[in-house]
Structure formats: C-alpha cells, structure tokens
Design a protein around this ligand. Sequence first.
Ligand code: LLP
Length: 412
Amino acid sequence: TGDGGPAVRRLAEWNEENLIALAEEYETPLYVVDLDRVEENCMRLLDAFPDADVRYAVKAHSGRAVLRTVREAGLDAECASAGEVERAFDAGFPGERVQYTAVNPPAGDLDLVMERWRENPGLTITVGAEDTVERLRERGFDGRLCVRANPGVGAGHHEKVSTGANAKFGIPIERVADLATRWAADFDLVGVHAHAGSGISGEDLSAHRELVSRMGDLTREIESRAGGLEFVDVGGGFGVPYEEDEPPLDLDAVAEATREALGEVEATLAIEPGRYVVADAGVLLTRVNTVKEARDATVVGIDAGMTTLLRPAMYDAYHAIANLSAGDDAEEIDATVAGPICESADVLCEHRPLSRPDRGDVLAVGNAGAYGYEMSSTYNSRPRPAEVALSGTTVRLTRRRETLTDLTSLEQ
Ligand code: LLP
C-alpha cells in the first residue's frame, strides 16, 4: 500500500525523486526496466538450477536490451513465434541457444523459422501437433526436434494462463512416446517439453511436481525405446510476489522438488521461466489526471490504461501501486485507480488504500516488467508508452513513445 511492494521498493533504491525525474524527462506512461535486476534474477535461477538448461520465455518481455542482458547472463531463448525467433537472433543468441515452440503455427512462421534453421542448424523446434511435423517435413526439416506433451496437469494464477490441461497445447502425453519413437527415425529427436501454466507458487507445488513426475516417466520410456534425449523441458511458470506481503518463491525448494519428482533420467533438465526473470525488474510510471469523489470511492484517473498494462483487466491481476509524489505523512484514501480507456474493465484496482494523490502526482505500478509492455495495444488510438532501461547509474531510452502519426502510418 504505502511503498508499492518489492518491485517499487527495489526501484526506489533509485529513489523516488529519480523516478519522478524520469517521468518528467520521458513523460508518462513510462515503463522502466532495471537491467541489473534482470541479471540478478537470471543468476538466481542459474544458482538454484546449476545443472539445468535455463531458457528465458521471450514472450514475457521481448525488448532487445532485456534479451541481450539475458543472453549475457547465460540463459537460452524460448520463442513462441517466428517474430520472437527473429528477436532472439537480433539480440545475438546463437542458433543452438534458440528454441522455437510452435503453437498452432501459421505457415509464414514455419517458412521464416526454416530459413533461420538453414543458417543455424543448432536451432530446436518444439512441436505440439502431429501435423506440425508433417508441415516441417514438407519444408525439408530434418533437424533438432522436441515434442511438446500435454501433461493433463494445469496450474496458474488464473484459468486464462493455465496451459497444461488445455487441449490447444501439446500432444496428449499418453501418445507422445509412440510418436517420438517414430519421429526419431527421421529427425534428430532431442527432447520432450511440457508447461503447466504460469504461477508456480511456494504454497502449492503439487501441480508442478505432478507435471515433472509425468515428464520423468515419459523421458524414461523414450530413452528406453528410442535412445537418449538431450533434455526434458518442464516449462516455466515460476511465480513472483505481486502482493506486498507475499513471500518470494523459494527457488531452492522448487529445484529440489523438481529433481525429486523427475527421478533418474539421462536427459538434462530444462526450465523456461519468463515472469521470474523480468517481473520485478520493471515498474510503470503514470501520472494522475483526475481525482474525483464517486459514490463509494475516490476515483483516481491516470494516464496508463488497459492498453498500457492489460493484466488487471484481463486476469484481475493485482499490481502494487505507490504514490511517489506523496509525502510520508500523506493521508490514505480508499482509491479506485482507473485508466483513460472507454471500457469499464479499464480499472487498475478498486478500493485500494493509496496516499491521497493530487493531479499531476506520479504513481509507480509494481511488477510491470513481465507481460506489461509486451501485451500493450493501441486500442482507443492510444499510442504505446516509451520504455527506459536502467543499468548501473545510466538511463537509456530503449523504446521511444509511439506517436499519433505512427498509429495512422499503416493506413493505405
Ligand atoms: N514456456 C511456455 C511454453 C509458456 O507458454 C510460457 C508462458 C512460459 C514458458 C513462461 O511462463 P512464465 O514463467 O512467464 O510464467 N500473460 C500472462 C502469462 C501468460 C503466459 C503464457 N505462457 C500473464 O500476464 O500472467
């Protein structure tokens, strides 16, 4: 409430005046991403999973500065589209550190990824449907293939982010060993993959354990029938605290539970965290436009909306909010913080204690680094925000603010 939770506290080491100065210099809404924090998060993962391949799920934040930081820290790139594959190469990942996880892939994606594969045969393609394999075969692919299983175990902070039991993703796990054995004849079968969903939390590791244990069984079966696999990828979904009083995930405990549930396999364990790498490295700075008394709350109108940060509207997600401009002794009000989009879902929070804001105050929204800018849109003809990256004591504009001219530039 008062201090905006871990992400804001961390960036507040940069101190409130500096964040307000950033809002003044670059205007709002403004995403701020702390690359040192991204690096620390990578290191924490590598320390907890020293023998695993750690692959960053690019979809959480695909900006070049973040991708370069993640690459330098030693993580691989897990890409959900041809566009993300292009971004991974653009950020300097070598082909052998790029995995493309094809989700109902459009033909153009397969064409582009095949082009990249011809130049970089170390690239791995993960398939989640039998006909994707046929489509790759038609295009001449005989390279590194990974099979995505639908493990029948879902998890996540919201049903909309639970993938493990969703029919759209992967091949039912009971069919994977037969198919993989068959495909091993024509492709370089390197791994199996599954992802339960987003949001493994310290309180409930049961779904994660169950998924990993099923993947362990699958790996052993394939290893005995089709020969060795290079890796068994158990997906991402490592949670971060969004609420101010939530404890951080105990990564060592997750790592131990993962090892235990996997059992003995020859394959290397692989994980694909996205959120964990970037969530708490980012804040969104936004300015107060309007303060008005409504029937049962004070409505604080800000210049960031669901087009800037979609998560609250889409998943009822909680993001901590701090008023950076308020003094320590400011009165707390019961605030509903709303954006400028003409939709009733465009509300960042309802009935949240907040230091009384005045028009012009700068608010910081915590944990905005993951799935923040990435899910932004231009609905209501709102240009996308700018983003700056912090590294040491330097600030760099990493994405300029979109303009109204940008918005009309595609019109013919
Ligand atoms: N691997 C695969 C195959 C995935 O589908 C995902 C996320 C990840 C890894 C990374 O999951 P993470 O570690 O970030 O939880 N927009 C939603 C999250 C959707 C995640 C979709 N897949 C949100 O803002 O909560």
